[in-house]
Design a protein around this ligand. Sequence first.
Ligand code: NIG
Ligand code: FE
Length: 416
Amino acid sequence: MNDSDTLLIKNIGILVGVYDTAPGVLSGEKMNRLPVLDNAWLAVAGEKIAGFGPMAECPAEDNFRLVFDACDGWLFPCFCDSHTHLVYPGSRDGEFRDKIAGMSYEEIASRGGGILNSADLLNRTSEDDLYLSASHRLRQCMSFGTGAIEIKSGYGLTTEGELKMLRVIRRLRDDFPQIEIRSTFLGAHAVGRAYIGRQGEYVDMIIREMLPAVAAERLADYVDVFCDNGFFTVDETARILEAAKPYGLRPKIHANELAVSGGVQVGVTHNALSVDHLEHITDDEIEALMGSDTIPTMLPGASFFLGLPYGNARKVIDAGMPLALASDYNPGSSPSGSMRFVSSLGCIKMHLTPEESISAVTVNGAAAMGLDNIGAIVPGFYASFFLTTPLPSLAYLQYAYTEPLITRVFLKGHSI
Ligand code: NIG
Ligand code: FE
């Protein structure tokens, strides 16, 4: 162990999410078994967790370059936010007035507002300005305790605009190595302005022009389609996912936000890593997901902001499946990247236990990004975690949802 890179955190009140080996995605009842260790120490070597144990067996402090006293505060693995759109220009506070006056998300979108509104602005915004606002949001997410994040394109809707967004995501990845970033190409977020009324031709253009350009610069890890009422059909989604496959882009798709869209089934058929939203989910979707490798992901921040029904998380977990929760951070349906708030909504609105909710926003979120070395306290995992004040119980984290309980965030061994 290199002395210059070692850190000991002592007097941890409760160390949450401890496993001897990588837990993998947690399904069904396993989500509720959140292993913890009372009165603990944790050692870090470089970017990784070196070990942990009870304070009675704490290693000698002079073996470490830095010693941090948690003073009985709790230590949680970092949040892993598997679905965001945090690269966007401006905001949509103008539409917020229409929304609170009662206009629905679909009505705003069909008036040429919504995603197209952001796309118009994005195509007038320079890459540098886009980078600046996105890096501000990313820093904010990190300060909230997020250590891994997926970011989508989808506000360009022109080849140039989509590439611009994906290049911004790549710059964020280069400039913020403390946070794990995965990138998703979402050209099929809405039909680009120049193609309105010619949706089929827009899909052709995504396949002919956008996908090869994205792949040529290796700008994306995953591919997404907004498969829903008023957006892209199941057939169009299937065409795009098929075309993306030779480029090695595994799907992570938007499905069943606005209606039972067939999005879950087309996702599972194409071996999607995750199907996200699921505000509408019936027995048919559960049956399709059962036995697949696709991780159901719900985004309660969008239900909160848009007044949509919350996804039936209990149905998914009680059927023995895994569930991830993510923020959906975006200007139109979820203008917040707070995973603590997402975890609270998971408990308050979706009836998850506090333990299930933590599993959903940490290790299962990591799995929904294809990551298996972050989001739990395991030797060899990234030393990405946050400390809180001493808590009366685990549930307090979700219960006291506006209390600033997080005292310090470490990402890959560095205090941020
Ligand atoms: O996940 N549903 C589609 N996309 C985003 C909303 C994007 C927007 O309105 O800007 C979502 O909710
Ligand atoms: Fe989304």
